[in-house]
Write a protein that binds this ligand. Structure first.
Ligand code: FES
Length: 168
């Protein structure tokens, strides 16, 4: 048991969604027990450590939450049965990119010969827009869909024994 480190981390749950899963209306501060499973040697080397952030059940119920580990805000999402985690930071001007409105994406196709534009609404519940200036990010990859070659750092997240576990 000496290689098991337990620490208390604060985390923020977003709840009260207008969109039943995602749109934040208020933030609720909570304290949970975060459990670091890595050994002491790995911690000294600042290697990745493993943190239990919440139960799978709670994660599925909320759809998204923001947790703070080692001073970093990390946003975790549950979409179509998969989990995704990103730094809650916007590459534009450092806003809380993953606390904005979750929506879809309008694909447009322009035909040069007929001059017709075809529009299609896709990716419902997979695109989030930064609440500060509206940059949009793909929740399944962290890529910015409004700026080329921009991507937000992603973390490994998985379910272990009914808990959502994050590698940070
Ligand atoms: S800080 Fe996110 S769009 Fe400007």
């Amino acid at each position: 048991m000496s290689d098991v480190i337990r620490s208390v981390e604060s985390f923020v749950t977003i709840s009260g969604h207008e969109n039943p899963r995602f749109e934040p209306k208020h933030r609720q501060q909570r304290v949970v027990l975060a459990q670091s499973i890595n050994g002491g040697a790995a911690t000294i080397q600042y290697a990745m450590s493993t943190h239990i952030i919440t139960s799978e059940e709670e994660m599925i119920e909320h759809g998204q939450l923001v947790t703070e580990i080692r001073g970093r805000e990390i946003a975790v999402f549950h979409i179509d049965g998969e989990f995704y985690a990103y730094t809650n930071w916007c590459p534009h001007q450092s806003g809380p990119a993953f606390e904005g409105h979750v929506s879809g994406y309008r694909d447009a196709c322009f035909d040069r010969e007929t001059l017709e534009v075809e529009k299609e609404w896709t990716r419902e519940d997979e695109i989030i827009s930064c609440p500060w200036h509206g940059w949009e990010f793909d929740l399944k990859t962290g890529e910015c869909v409004t700026k080329e070659n921009v991507q937000v750092p992603q973390y490994d997240v998985r379910v272990e024994d009914g808990n959502v576990v994050l590698e940070v």
